[in-house]
Design a protein around this ligand. Sequence first.
Ligand SMILES: [Zn+2]
Ligand SMILES: [Zn+2]
Length: 447
Amino acid sequence: MHARSVPKNLRRWRQRPFLRRITLPAHTVDCPECGLRTAVPELKQGHQADCPRCGHELVRVENRPFVTPLALASAALVLLLCVYGSMFMTVSMIGVNERLTLPFMLEVLVLQDFGFLAEVMFVFTFGLPLLFLLLCLYVYAALQIKRPLPGLIAATRTMVRLREWVMADVFLISTLVAYIKLGDVVNVAFGAAFWLMFPMVLLLLRTTQAVPEHWVYYQIHRLHGHTTVYADTGGKTCCSRCRWFGPSEESHCRVCGTALFARRPGSLRLSLAFLLAAAVFYIPANTLPIMISSNPTVTEVSTIMGGILFMWDSGDRAIAAIIFSASVVIPVLKIFIMGFLLLCARYGVPWDIKKVSLLYRITEKIGRWSMIDIFVVIILMSAFHTPIARVTPGPASLYFCLVVLLTMLSVHFFDPRLLWDKYEAGETWTGTRLKLPRPSENAASTK
Ligand SMILES: [Zn+2]
Ligand SMILES: [Zn+2]
């Protein structure tokens, strides 16, 4: 009989017991949305601390912080590969069956010289989700085996940034819209890929929520042998990305490696530049044709509004309403709200700051849903690409894509803390407001 040795991983666990204990010690954090410095108590599994002033999530520890993201990301990855490998839908028209897979749809776009649309679709529905999941597996595998694998911090940085650019859910809703549009003309039967897309999207969205960067960076930092908590001890700046403190005179954060600043430099100018570009491109996006559909007898050229009115008149009112919201209401509202927020950040906040801050959050969340119209055109195009019936995207689709991406960038570069700074200073458009007393103690509310 051999004496059983202690397993390797268990040995390491005994040497560094804090790694398994998962908790975050009590420390201070600056809210990334309103800039309030807050004392966060010690957090255990399943705890979350929110900003006492604006309600933004500050710090979260998952219930099973190491295993949940690994399990979710692996399952989502398997489903993503299945979705791309199996049949998406079959379109039958006058005795011809067209079997569409997602790679085939991309091929159609590339063959017809719509490389840019193919890239947009590939990047947002496959490339970025795939990269996000692989990075997630890499980072959490390193945490699980407790080894500081090479490039771990860069991988985490990219993983965290990719979260807002994953658009698989928007693509799924676009498929439903396209299905209702197609249903009038042809028979559509969904394949396995379509049905697998529902659980894939749910798992993907859940994975994006299961990777709280503040906690992840803390764990990585401990893997590298740093046991101190970077907290505010005077002369330090809270990193906007990882929310750990670094010396104010340093240009880059010691923990996550991104630029260290109290307020994003040039935030208003960058945000305004992207917003103006989006507003300019919105004009050709509406006046030029977005979709050209043709059969041997008729060629129909439709603009965004023309398409919506046509659907409304022919009875597809629900679809007309969805496309109207996604292509007209959301972009226009977003451009106006961003303009208003920029004015507030420059000249002062005329309303209740909570309402203004809510406007910012709404614009941040809804922007990507404007891509519905683009994805619908792509799906219709892949379904009709024979000489008998052909749908091609018009030039407006390119401009519309740019509008969506530019408004997303405008929101990305806008630093919402500037709004709260103006509010703190008591500045409004009409003059200076009476200053409100600040709450005596800033302690995060935990749940
Ligand atoms: Zn806050
Ligand atoms: Zn950082």
